[in-house]
Design a protein around this ligand. Structure first.
Ligand SMILES: *[C@@H]1O[C@H](CO)[C@@H](O)[C@H](O)[C@H]1NC(C)=O
Ligand SMILES: *[C@@H]1O[C@H](CO)[C@@H](O)[C@H](O)[C@H]1NC(C)=O
Ligand SMILES: *[C@@H]1O[C@H](CO)[C@@H](O)[C@H](O)[C@H]1NC(C)=O
Ligand SMILES: *[C@@H]1O[C@H](CO)[C@@H](O)[C@H](O)[C@H]1NC(C)=O
Length: 611
């Protein structure tokens, strides 16, 4: 007799997979899952510029808007491109590949010599006004080095990088240079615990592993500096975004992974006895992104985009979330307010009494000053001007309570966008003022297959203006940067970098097309569809972002006339090519609408589907 155990578990697994593959266990609200209005294949892409060289993996981008330079970190090389036109030659470059000996050592460690045993540039940041700083995986033995920006050469011998840079090209990682101090977060080595570190000045600070582990198999996707207003008496804060193993496992429908935001304070110097060389200001909270009215959660945070140019207290950020099931494509985009994150950090803490047991909200007494706060004027007034002066009971509390109880909900408590069958990887967004005086969020999202979606949010509803095919060969978009100064988007991918204009109003040749597009950049000036952000006198322009159909009543429909000669008795197919995926064709004969199929009429209408 066979052991029934493995069989039973296999059956269970199969039925789970079926649910996952045969569709969603719910009907998603359709108004969130929208079809891009226009599909532009690579052959019809206008205004794009490309940079490619003999290497691959153009994943690390750094923009210097003032110097109009785009720095690109790739596999074994760094490039300095002209941000105005990245295809302009010659591009300056620094070749930095691991030696043959180093690659051999990497192979001996059991690593893949086709992908991993190279020097993948993972960090590229401004160090000071004349130098950049970079780190590379260096065939599983990370190194870092300074770059002299003017001459574009490595200005020093490479230094040890194993505390600052992950060993592999795909390990979750984020790094930020703030005031010449490097903040990084990763699971650096294969077997090490994930860690958020500051490498200088000494002492270097880390996260804690015992008795309470602050991070659990964390995969980092991004970080951001929040500057305190000058004279506010507070401290700058660094936020980290990641997905980690769920600690609060509760109930049968719990999730194994959850999205998180964590933060530390710039002035943190660690504790005196307790939390020596550890953060005294680390707190984390859960980020939720769920469909309303469904117990359905997007738990995997893929990337984060922090909106630029907003007041610190009004900072908004977008997160792209995916499902835990790897074989189901889907993306949700949620928008959060940083003040909601701060509120969660002010709220109740979570606690687990003895490791391994359930986490519950802590309801006991909270020591003073409030654990996890940055050193501010209120603390200085109490004689605490540095974190090493914090009382021991406060530090002991911090050590055991890194997690907040309140979850951070997205604005409007729902995603701004949800898509089945699309995996978004990276995004950028900015605010554009429409001719109606309203401000609109314009979103650019890259997919895992090399497409770019441009969308606008109108009264809480997303309209996808267009989807653009950026690459001949499907490949994931691995980075996305926006420059309003250059009116450009820079897209990193395995095969190269693409520069795109933020808008392409010239694509729309009639008033109707221009208005239907609902692109806040574009308006009809009476003769053509133009980019309004560059125009001074916009009073007579036509634009209708709110409804996408008004203003062109006086304009002529653009009727393309085609004649065909046919022989009596022949069957002829008359094609109506639709520019918009949202349009339906309308056939008329002598002013009367034709519908369907009539055997005696001699014609039938329908539409062919493009696959
Ligand atoms: C690097 O590029 C190669 C070739 O395009 C690709 O197969 C690989 O997945 C890329 N690796 C990373 C880390 O992007
Ligand atoms: C990788 O290593 C194998 C030996 O294990 C060797 O045959 C192959 O040529 C190497 N490939 C590259 C790209 O170096
Ligand atoms: C910037 O840092 C580099 C590397 O430490 C140093 O050599 C250079 O003098 C610094 N530049 C300025 C303007 O401080
Ligand atoms: C903190 O205050 C003490 C004495 O009040 C002073 O000696 C020390 O320099 C101060 N430290 C900082 C970082 O301001």
């Amino acid at each position: 007799m066979q052991d029934a155990g493995p069989l039973a578990s296999q059956l269970l697994l199969l039925s789970c997979l079926c649910v996952a593959v045969s569709g969603y266990p719910f009907r998603p609200p359709l108004d969130l899952d929208v079809t891009p209005r226009v599909t532009v294949l690579i052959s019809g892409l206008q205004g794009s510029r490309r940079f490619q060289s003999s290497t691959v993996n153009y994943s690390t981008l750094l923009l210097d808007a003032d110097r109009e330079r785009l720095y690109v970190g790739a596999r074994g090389a760094v490039f300095a491109l002209d941000a105005t036109d990245i295809s302009a030659s010659p591009a300056a470059s620094i070749e930095w590949e691991a030696s043959a000996e180093q690659k051999f050592q990497c192979l001996l460690k059991g690593k893949d010599n086709k992908t991993e045993c190279f020097n993948h540039i993972r960090l590229l940041q401004r160090f000071n006004s004349t130098h950049l700083y970079m780190c590379g995986t260096h065939a599983f033995s990370p190194l870092c080095a300074y770059i002299d920006e003017e001459r574009f050469v490595m200005s020093s011998k490479p230094e040890e990088g194993r505390d600052k840079c992950p060993y592999g090209p795909t390990t979750g990682y984020t790094g930020l240079l703030v005031d010449q101090q490097l903040y990084t977060a990763s699971q650096y080595e294969f077997r090490s615990f994930p860690d958020i570190r500051r490498n200088s000045p000494s002492p270097t600070l880390k996260t804690e592993d015992a008795p309470t582990r602050w991070l659990n198999e964390a995969e980092f996707v991004g970080s951001s500096l929040l500057k305190e207003r000058l004279g506010s008496g507070g401290d700058d804060q660094i936020f980290f975004f990641f997905t980690e193993r769920n600690q609060e496992y509760s109930g049968t429908y719990s999730h194994s992974r959850v999205a998180r935001v964590g933060r530390v304070c710039k002035g943190d110097r660690g504790g005196h006895l307790t939390l020596q060389k550890r953060w005294t200001s680390f707190l984390k909270a859960r980020l939720t992104c769920s469909l309303p009215d469904y117990d359905f959660h997007f738990n995997m945070l893929r990337s984060v985009f922090v909106m630029p140019d907003l007041e610190p207290q009004e900072t908004l950020f977008y997160g792209i979330f995916g499902l835990e099931w790897k074989n189901v494509k889907a993306s949700a985009v949620c928008r959060f307010s940083l003040s909601e994150v701060q509120k969660a950090f002010q709220g109740p803490y979570m606690e687990n009494q003895d490791s391994g047991s359930k986490w519950t909200e802590y309801t006991g007494k909270i020591p003073e000053p409030r654990p996890g706060t940055c050193i501010n004027d209120a603390l200085r007034a109490r004689g605490i001007n540095i974190s090493t002066s914090l009382p021991d009971d406060v530090l002991e509390f911090v050590r055991r309570h890194p997690l907040m109880s309140h979850q951070v909900q997205p604005l409007d408590k729902r995603p701004v966008l949800f898509r089945r069958t699309t995996d978004y990887t990276h995004m950028a967004a900015h605010v554009v003022q429409g001719l109606d005086g309203e401000t609109y969020h314009v979103l650019y999202m890259g997919t895992d297959e090399g497409w770019l979606h441009k969308a606008v949010e109108v009264q809480g509803q997303i309209h996808i203006i267009e989807e653009l095919q950026l690459f001949e060969e499907p490949q994931p978009i691995t980075n996305l940067l926006m420059s309003t100064k250059q009116a450009s988007l820079y897209v990193g991918s395995p095969s190269g970098v693409v520069q795109l204009p933020l808008s392409n109003c010239g694509r729309y040749s009639t008033c109707y097309e221009c208005v239907f597009a609902r692109d806040p950049h574009c308006a009809w000036n009476g003769g053509e569809c133009v980019d309004v952000t560059a125009q001074a006198n916009r009073s007579s322009f036509i634009q209708d972002i709110q409804h996408g159909n008004r203003g062109c009543e006086k304009a002529q429909y653009d009727v393309a006339q085609k004649s065909r000669s046919v022989r009596v008795g022949d069957d002829v197919l008359l094609q109506c090519e639709l520019i918009s995926n949202l349009a339906t064709p309308l056939w008329t004969l002598n002013g009367k609408e034709l519908q369907g199929y009539d055997l005696n009429s001699g014609f039938r209408t329908g539409r062919t589907l493009r696959s």
